[in-house]
Design a protein around this ligand. Structure first.
Ligand code: SAH
Length: 495
């Protein structure tokens, strides 16, 4: 059966501005054909089983010619695949989406279109520029300032000036002087407010706000680059007063999140909400162990406490029990300890309430709390990673507590973004790296190699994590308590 092609507008920036319908289409795709402007964190949403095809410039310095893209879409659909054609911004605004639909129609391939948030509207919004405003203008016009190869611009500047609306030019940075000169020659006042926004709606956004006659000089002086758009109109005068984005505490800072994918979300989203440019580069992965014998053996003996030392340990325990033909009732009668809030939340997802969470979320404090809870001695079943630290079992054993340490999963060092990270580090583009466990430190180190004189600051959760980081890096900060909230506060204060 022939597949369907879904054109999806990816929006202008990170995945927060991707529509829910778009995200759903990506999750169900068998193949994704994407452009250069689509950001990494959106590409991360592509299911691992799906074919990923880049038709952007970055890969080979030349964009894939349009007829070839059209043919690729038809070929994939004929293979019966659910194809997503992922485009920057909106798919029908200067994205050749229309041409692709015509080609699909001619070839009898069914298609759907999921519009996206266009940069033409989002970049001004993130720069404090409302594109219409009753005090200034009642229309907005979106124009391409891209000339066909070797040809001059064919923009009717006289008409544009007469419209007296807000003008947004896409693909116009190289032709900036031609645009401003054209408007001036057509009679637009030289002190008309105007702006250029680079990387609009992204953590790396930069803007230049000026007046028409001086815009080009200011933009060249600041060295703005593509992708960028030009906006001309009286509404630009509001840009500084209504700028809500630049004042965010982490604006302009590039921060790497190294936790594994499943756990990166909350930290990354919070950093983004505070204005940061976030690079999600998981440096470790948890792989559940096939061998369930240690757990089966452990369950032969009674234990007073079941101890979880990471959120990943909870589903790993559930899976291991399932493979033994059992379920969480196997822990019946035991009290349950969680190392921290995240682990307690993972337990809560299975309807379990932790009886004990130490005041500070690390192995040392967990051991102390368990020792306090078992003044007469007792027994503890540790359900955790093979690579778990020794402080917890050693401290418990020293106090005469019987410890059964059951490895449920391995923490392996693995980073798909190692090359990208190395490139950014070499260019000095990274301001901070966050570590939430010793293994993330080691995983990152393994991915990027030696960077002793690193220019970035390291932010850690947990004393042991910080200790591991200090082996390699000089600027190491540690969150007051081992929580994501405290990590954020620490980053905002120290970055
Ligand atoms: N379909 C896209 C536009 C494609 S044309 C959309 O709806 O946004 C490509 C041009 O869009 C770039 O040359 C640049 O002018 C503009 N553009 C795309 N993303 C941008 C961004 N994040 N910030 C500023 N301009 C952007």
């Amino acid at each position: 059966m022939i597949g369907t092609v879904t054109l999806v507008g990816a929006g202008p920036g990170d995945k927060g501005l991707l529509t829910m319908a778009g995200a759903q289409a990506i999750a169900q795709a068998d193949a994704v054909v994407y452009d250069r402007l689509v950001r990494e964190d959106i590409l991360d949403l592509i299911p691992p089983r799906a074919e990923k095809i880049s038709v952007g410039k970055e890969n080979n310095h030349h964009p894939v010619p349009q007829p070839e893209i059209n043919e690729t879409l038809v070929r994939l659909a004929r293979e019966g695949k659910n194809v997503v054609r992922l485009k920057g911004g909106d798919c029908f605004l200067f994205g050749r989406g229309g041409e692709e639909c015509e080609h699909l129609l001619q070839n009898g391939v069914p298609f759907r279109v999921i519009p996206g948030v266009t940069s033409a509207l989002a970049a001004p919004a993130f720069a404090g520029i409302p594109v219409t405003h009753r005090d200034f203008t009642s229309s907005v016009h979106i124009i391409t300032a891209h000339a066909r190869a070797g040809k001059p611009l064919t923009i009717d500047f006289d008409s544009l000036v007469r419209l007296d609306g807000t003008l947004v030019f896409l693909m116009g940075l190289t032709a900036l002087e031609q645009v401003t000169d054209g408007l001036l020659r057509a009679g637009m006042q030289s002190d008309m407010p105007a702006a250029v926004i680079e990387n609009g709606a992204r953590g790396t956004q930069r803007k230049v706000v000026s007046v028409l006659s001086q815009l080009a000089a200011h933009v060249r002086a600041k060295g703005l680059q593509s992708p960028a758009l030009i906006i001309v109109g009286r509404v630009c005068s509001l840009s500084d007063a209504l700028d809500w984005f630049t004042p965010l505490p982490l604006h302009g800072k590039t921060i790497v999140v190294t936790r594994p994918k499943a756990r990166a979300g909350t930290l990354a989203d919070k950093l983004r909400a505070h204005g940061a440019n976030v690079i999600e580069a998981p440096c470790i992965e948890t792989v559940e162990r096939e061998d369930t014998q240690p757990l089966a053996d452990a369950l032969q003996q009674p234990h007073d406490w079941a101890v979880f030392t990471s959120p990943a340990g909870v589903p790993a325990a559930v899976d291991a029990l399932r493979r033994l033909g059992r379920d969480l009732r196997a822990l019946y009668g035991m009290k349950i300890a969680a190392i921290g809030k995240g682990t307690a939340a993972a337990l809560a997802a299975y309807g379990l309430t932790a009886d004990l969470v130490p005041a500070q979320y690390d192995g040392e404090h967990l051991a102390d709390a368990l020792i306090d809870a078992m003044p007469q001695g007792g027994s503890a079943l540790l359900l955790r990673a093979m690579q778990g630290g020794q402080i917890l079992p050693e401290k418990l054993a020293r106090m005469g507590i019987r410890v059964t340490d059951v490895p449920l999963y391995d923490t392996v060092h693995r980073c798909d973004k190692a090359d990208a990270l190395r490139g950014l580090l070499a260019d000095g583009k990274i301001d901070a790296v966050t570590f939430t466990s010793v293994s993330t430190v080691e995983g990152f180190r393994e991915a990027v190699g030696g960077t002793e004189d690193a220019a970035f600051t390291v932010f850690c959760i947990g004393a042991q994590t910080a200790e591991a980081a200090k082996k390699y890096y000089q600027n190491v900060e540690i969150a007051k308590n081992a929580t994501i909230e405290d990590l954020l506060t620490c980053i905002e204060e120290e970055i």
